[in-house]
Write a protein that binds this ligand. Structure first.
Ligand SMILES: [Fe+2]
Length: 589
């Protein structure tokens, strides 16, 4: 059975293809269209998936869209009527922003792909999140918690999934929180208030939170209260997003917390104003974490299960995930590599296969590498045309040894291997790598490549079997680090020597690298460890600010030419900038 999953028209469009129960490929539209967070109908992603599998659209048994457009329409219309007459001006905008082309999605799929309309299916948004989380995790029975801004009506759901002995899947979301009450919208409102772009800047709020104290916690708690049934409710007098307004927070919100930050004013943490922003970020982060931990703890007590699968955009919050693991009573917390809406393309396809068609479950390979593979020959050709120094090495071990030496000398390396990651994080196949030891390296990366705010930390990658030497991981922490989904303390004795990847509060968003998942990246970390005694590298996504992560060799090459990256590697091909060639290899210690 061939099933294509699609997510589109809100944020991060993507396509994923399932053949006979197993994923074959998955990719976000932005990686192909080169428009960051591209939300348009993912024609390029679909075309690539079909091409990759050698399929014609007519050979698809089903195309599954990741949410139900009519339910979303109902929600927007209901909210508009509830707020009438205040909302009637904003209704058309709300329709356009939230719905995009979705109402006509069946017609779009049918006409663009030539797929018969009776083969087009729809899953519910949170069911897609839940399926993406549970059906990709290495577990047979787990509790499920999904949380995001909003899907159709649901903004948070709680439930459980199980796989029977015969492979029959049950996925039950027994409780839902409905819009406008939403943890994702709460966090996004603070993201907007702090002057960051909503749906992209949430991780900046988390980074900024580490610089502050949660001194505004009482004010935030007034905005979101717990209800007697264990759920939560926003006090809507503080918010305006539900009325489709241009601004998501109200005047009362400003009275409570002060003036919002102008996005064009840099945050200066040496000033009281800068610290106020950090304190506000710390306060909303604290409240979000407390609520999530509490919800997870109740879910653990109720289900008695050991495993928790987390989905939805809120599951990108690595600080909250780590606290859930430490405090909720679950032994394992699984977060997929793409917990946000892009991952719903895969979730929708899996849900259709296991639940709609009732196919037996097959364990999904536990890795994020579902996109196009790198073509090293393309890099060789580009470098030759430009007359750059080029090496085409014969063996993998020679590549890792040589790159490790260059990293140990302080070189910054663009590293492209195998297939592109599915999800927002580079996990060693499209990464910029550097020595993690000094603050100077962090500043150099920020200055010459990433051009970003100083309060956003870089992440370390470490072989999974050595992670506990450097990081204070709770039981289950190494698994949470597989796709960089948890933030954990760096052991105090290592903080000085891991200064480029240690955040101001002593933590790091660790990637624990399993040799089985990423053998070449693992070998590189070991080779670097053999040279320096510390098998840890700084790993940041291979892109410039505002660009999507590179996909093909040409994008990596173009980024390399436009930035301070010293060395570019694709497969066994290594390209150096001219100035790098001037350093004699003998200079290596
Ligand atoms: Fe979502």
């Amino acid at each position: 059975m061939r099933i294509l999953g699609i997510s589109a028209h809100y944020h991060d469009s993507a396509a994923a293809l399932l053949v006979d129960g197993s994923p074959v490929c998955a990719i976000q539209e932005e990686r192909l269209s080169r428009r960051k967070n591209d939300a348009s109908f993912p024609l390029a992603a679909i075309e690539w998936c079909l091409d990759h599998a050698g399929l014609d659209p007519s050979e698809l048994d089903a195309v599954v869209f990741y949410e139900k457009p009519m339910l979303k329409f109902e929600r927007i219309l209901t909210m508009a009527l509830r707020g009438f007459p205040r909302t009637w001006h904003s209704f058309p905008r709300a329709m356009k922003n939230s719905l995009g082309g979705k109402l006509w999605v069946k017609g779009i799929i049918s006409s663009q792909l030539g797929v018969r309309s009776d083969r087009i299916l729809f899953t519910e948004h949170h069911q897609s999140h839940a399926a993406a989380a549970f059906l990709t995790a290495p577990t047979q029975r787990a509790a499920i918690l999904t949380a995001d801004g909003v899907g159709e009506w649901a903004t948070l759901s709680l439930g459980r999934g199980s796989v029977g002995g015969d492979g029959a899947v049950s996925l039950e979301l027994s409780r839902e929180l409905h819009f406008p009450h939403s943890l994702g919208m709460l966090y996004s409102t603070f993201t907007a208030y702090l002057g960051f772009p909503v749906n992209e800047g949430e991780y900046k709020v988390m980074g900024l939170a580490s610089y502050g104290k949660p001194s505004f916690e009482p004010q935030v708690r007034k905005m979101v209260r717990r209800t007697p049934d264990g759920a939560l409710a926003l006090d809507l007098s503080y918010f305006e997003f539900h009325e489709g307004a241009r601004r998501s927070f109200s005047d009362r919100f400003i009275t409570e917390l002060g003036q919002p930050r102008d996005p064009f004013d840099p945050i200066d943490l040496a000033t009281p104003e800068g610290l106020r922003y950090a304190d506000i970020a710390a306060s909303v982060q604290r409240v979000l974490e407390d609520i999530l931990v509490d919800l997870a703890r109740s879910l653990q007590r109720e289900t008695g299960l050991d495993d928790l699968c987390l989905g939805g955009g809120v599951a990108l919050n690595g600080c909250a995930n780590a606290r859930i693991l430490r405090e909720s009573g679950f032994r394992n917390v699984y977060v997929p590599s793409a917990p946000g809406d892009a991952g719903c393309a895969l979730g929708a396809a899996l849900a259709a296969d296991r639940l709609h068609f009732g196919q037996p479950h097959l364990e999904v390979p536990d890795h994020p590498f579902w996109g196009p593979s790198i073509d090293a020959q393309e890099l060789s050709r580009l470098a030759r045309e430009d007359g750059l120094e080029l090496q085409e090495l014969a063996r993998e071990s020679v590549v890792t040894d040589q790159v490790a030496r260059e990293l140990a000398r302080g070189r910054i390396v663009g590293w492209m291997q195998g297939a592109t990651e599915f999800g927002p994080r580079a996990l060693g196949n499209r990464s910029i790598l550097a020595a993690p030891h000094s603050v100077e390296m962090r500043d150099r990366l920020n200055r010459s490549i990433k051009y970003r705010e100083e309060f956003r930390p870089f992440a370390p990658a470490v072989p999974i079997e050595q992670a506990e030497r450097f990081f204070d991981l709770p039981p289950g922490g190494a698994r949470l680090g597989r796709f960089m989904s948890g933030v954990f303390p760096v052991k105090p004795e290592w903080r000085d020597r891991l200064a480029a990847v240690t955040h101001v509060d002593g933590t790091a968003r660790v990637q624990t690298v399993d040799r089985k998942m990423a053998p070449r990246f693992h070998s590189l970390l070991e080779a670097y460890g053999a040279l320096t005694g510390i098998p840890v590298l700084l790993n940041t996504s291979f892109n410039l600010a505002g660009d999507p992560i590179v996909n093909r060799a040409i994008e990596g090459y173009s980024t390399f030419r436009r930035s301070g990256i010293d060395l570019l590697v694709a497969g066994e091909t290594i390209v150096a900038k001219p100035r790098a060639a001037q350093v004699a290899p003998e200079a290596v210690a």
